[in-house]
Design a protein around this ligand. Structure first.
Ligand SMILES: NC(=O)CC[C@H](N)C(=O)O
Length: 192
């Protein structure tokens, strides 16, 4: 079926492990299923998020240009999960580009958290907005350590596995995405 598809859909995958597609295997499989459903031939362009950053413009201008060209030719931008602050600025830049240019953006875990930081900084005019994962003393924390976790036991404290989330707000956009459900069971793997 995949081989018969003609029209291409380009997805820019902006992450850290660009040389290691195994770590994003489930994301790639989901994209493949979704693209076949939409009768599109999936092309995934891997973009190292650090290559989108200003420092790369100076240190490796060709890599910077190539990364931005890939991002700009994408039909959709996906920023998957991740840990650690390397490449985080590039993820924020990708989210900003997507928002300003109306390119569909899917942020998973860290990718979603960075879209929140981007929106807070550039739309809500909160320049110090950050996740406390990257700045524990952030003046405007907008992604915070989950109170049920323990700061002293890293690794063992992640919110892992299925968890029920209730939609409590009337006319809630997230609830609509889930067909106006009262609650949703989602898989978690994060500390913030
Ligand atoms: N799965 C993830 O992407 C984790 C995001 C972030 N590092 C957190 O711990 O919340």
């Amino acid at each position: 079926m995949f081989d018969t598809l003609q029209d291409i859909v380009r997805i820019a995958m902006v992450g850290k492990y660009t040389g290691l597609s195994d770590s994003y295997l489930s994301v790639l499989k989901a994209l493949l299923h979704a693209s076949v459903y939409c009768h599109r031939k999936l092309v995934v362009d891997w973009v190292a998020s650090t290559d989108l950053e200003d420092s790369t413009k100076i240190e490796a201008p060709d890599a910077y240009k190539a990364a931005w060209n890939l991002l700009k030719s994408a039909d959709g931008i996906l920023v998957p999960g991740g840990f650690g602050d390397r490449g985080v600025q590039g993820k924020i830049l990708a989210a900003k580009y997507a928002r300003e240019n109306n390119v569909p953006y899917l942020g998973i875990c860290l990718g979603m958290q960075m879209a929140v930081v981007e929106f807070a900084r550039h739309v809500m005019n909160l320049p110090h907005a950050n996740s406390t994962e990257f700045d524990p003393n952030a003046k405007t924390p907008c992604v915070i350590f989950m109170p049920e976790g323990s700061k002293t036991h890293m690794g063992g404290t992640m919110r892992l596995g299925s968890r029920r989330t209730f939609f409590k707000v009337a006319d809630c956009k997230s609830a609509k995405l889930y067909g106006n459900a009262d609650y949703v069971d989602e898989r978690h793997r994060h500390r913030y």
